[in-house]
Design a protein around this ligand. Structure first.
Ligand code: URA
Length: 299
């Protein structure tokens, strides 16, 4: 990597102003480099080694950003879009100057963990089909998800285009059944599953997920039709287009709500509300990088 760059370019890259504005600032004497006031905006500096101060403020250079976003529904995973709001619009200008892009895509109506970075290599490594970085999702599915589906997902599901997915780990988290069904089960001597919750509890739980506001009609329809609702967790090791939704379609079920809760070694920081973001910690970044190495070693 080139270690030297123009002083005004370094400040511009960090979002401190336009090149012309910064040139003027430097000429006015607002900048010192290693304690010496400089007047040449084109001065070559080493942005990582030289100490640059702008109007008395120490400027710490960096050229990469790593952001964890809790993507809300209603935003597309793109840097630009003519019709829809993009996830980039959720980041402040001082991060957008680094031109981050989403690491992979979540559908417009999917919520949850989305990484954004301008580190093309890390992004490529995380998305490479050869690396099989696992992604974990939680979904609300119309209908009863049972042991047959778990077995089918564990061996691979044939999607609508004939593609057979890699084995995926499906886990039932909870099931909401209309009261009538619970009563029928009871009459038939069927014990409600340990994790079952009542429809009222389900609705209260669903209400705590903001994206379900937008999807309310679809899950309401399922509830009104007397269908059970299944709250599941699915881990897949690839990322085909609409993969989770299409896997459930292949077993005759509809995903009503989808959120990603983890990618590789990183769980979604659940303290982030939908629409909120934070930069990755050093430790998280290190875990992503070394996770990638571990994956490479196992190949
Ligand atoms: N699978 C889907 O169907 N949608 C997503 O957004 C992510 C995975």
């Amino acid at each position: 990597m080139k270690s030297k760059m123009r002083l005004d370019k370094m400040l511009g890259n960090l979002g401190y102003g336009t090149r012309s504005g910064l040139k003027a600032l430097v000429r006015q004497g607002a900048v010192t480099v290693n304690g010496v006031r400089v007047k040449d905006p084109g001065m070559q500096i080493d942005p990582h080694a030289d100490e640059v101060m702008l109007e008395g403020e120490r400027i710490v250079y960096r050229d990469t950003v790593y952001v964890m976003l809790h993507k809300p529904a209603g935003f597309v995973s793109a840097t630009e879009d003519n019709r829809d709001h993009t996830v980039l619009e959720l980041l402040p200008e001082d991060l957008r100057v680094f031109s981050p892009f989403p690491v992979g895509r979540l559908d417009k109506d999917t919520e949850g963990l989305l990484l954004l970075t301008n580190d093309g290599k890390l992004s490529h490594d995380l998305l490479s089909p050869r690396k099989h970085v696992p992604k974990t999702y939680q979904a609300l599915v119309a209908g009863h998800v049972g042991s047959e589906d778990i077995a089918t997902f564990a061996t691979g599901v044939t999607l609508d285009d004939g593609y057979v997915t890699l084995p995926a780990a499906l886990r039932m988290l909870a099931e909401a059944k209309p009261e009538a069904n619970l009563e029928a089960d009871g009459a038939a001597g069927i014990e409600p599953e340990a994790s079952s919750f009542t429809l009222e509890e389900a609705i209260a739980r669903l209400d705590s997920f903001p994206a379900l506001g937008a999807n309310r009609t679809s899950w309401r329809e399922a509830v009104d039709a007397g269908e059970p609702l299944s709250w599941i967790e699915l881990t897949i090791a690839e990322g085909k287009y609409h993969q989770v939704k299409r896997m459930f379609e292949a077993v005759g079920k509809k995903v009503l709500y989808l959120r990603r809760s983890g990618m590789g070694p990183l769980p979604l920081d659940e303290t982030l509300a939908p629409g909120e973001w934070r930069e990755l910690t050093e430790d998280e970044l290190e875990r992503l990088r070394s996770y990638k190495k571990t994956e490479e070693q196992t190949q």
